[in-house]
Design a protein around this ligand. Structure first.
Ligand SMILES: [Zn+2]
Length: 123
């Protein structure tokens, strides 16, 4: 089922992207926080230690990560739904439904043609 494959792809890409951003930002902020806190020892109300801060920032950043995840997933799905293919020569395109191909055929949405699972390795 094409839609399920596209949905799965979108979810996986979004998960990797959102998770990567989440972890990356948490590490950067925790690292920067530790570095800046060394100059300002007065910040006693904040938890000590990199991992405690990392944990705290991860929780604080979670809604942002979820937002990123949803945004990415929607973007991927929209893009997947906009993917086209020329039925005559199998040339793939994006956002060009109905336009004519070099071979004389016309691009159609991939979601409307029967999905062939073992077509070619997908990036
Ligand atoms: Zn063509």
């Amino acid at each position: 089922m094409w839609n399920r494959a596209a949905e799965r792809d979108a979810r996986l890409s979004a998960l990797v992207f959102g998770g990567g951003v989440w972890i990356g930002i948490s590490i950067l902020l925790a690292g920067g926080w530790v570095a800046s806190a060394q100059g300002m020892a007065s910040q006693k109300f904040l938890p000590d230690g990199f991992w405690l801060r990392m944990f705290f920032l991860s929780i604080a950043g979670f809604p942002f990560a979820v937002w990123m995840f949803r945004r990415e997933k929607r973007k991927h799905l929209e893009r997947a739904l906009a993917m086209t293919i020329c039925p005559a020569c199998d040339t793939a395109g994006e956002y060009n439904e109905g336009s004519s191909c070099n071979c004389g055929g016309a691009f159609v949405l991939q979601s409307t043609v029967r999905w062939i699972e073992d077509e070619k390795p997908r990036s």
